[in-house]
Design a protein around this ligand. Sequence first.
Ligand SMILES: [Zn+2]
Length: 222
Amino acid sequence: MKLFIGAHLDDIEIGCGAYLSCLKKRGELEFINKRILILSEGRFNNPIDVSNKRKEAFEINMEKLGIKENEYKILSQRIDTEFYDHQHEIKHHLNELLKEAQDDEIIEVYFHSTDNHQDHQIVNKLVKEIFRPFLVNRLVEFEIPSSNLFNQPGDNFNYYLPFDKEIADMKQELIDSYENISLFTTEDARDINYTLMFNKMLGRKLNKDFCERYNIIYTDYI
Ligand SMILES: [Zn+2]
């Protein structure tokens, strides 16, 4: 089973949108046992409540990827700053996922790298606590470039997923779903428009078209 865990509604698309698109393009995604857990509706601390629109965008993306309603869960009514107070509840949901996954032969967990977002840090910490090596087969951190760009040297990533223009377009399409709401939300939301640019810069350095960065913390197979 592949588990994807994000703090906000757009995190999975930004962090591993190309990986998901590759799986989709190869026709693998629909046959893989998978769960997606999003820990907040991403209200930010914003005067305008855009969580419903963000949710709509996320649901459109799940449909685009062919991920069914019973395969994803969005924990509701929680703003970013409340993550710290809800650690107990988040842990409960992570434990539930682990229980569900245990019948699976192979369990892979994809979650946030540690960046400067407090909520990403909390997710990172809790996921590592629950999904320990040997309980799962693979633990992989993904990168959110917009919250990583200015304060991470990048040497904490050890896996680069190269991808081509076709996959880039598929990823951009997922990000575009949020575009109509990004005009009146915080800087964070605007930054997602730079995601593909960042993926391209990274690709250039490595002589590829585009790249997503990951950190494989643990794997018992290659
Ligand atoms: Zn986020």
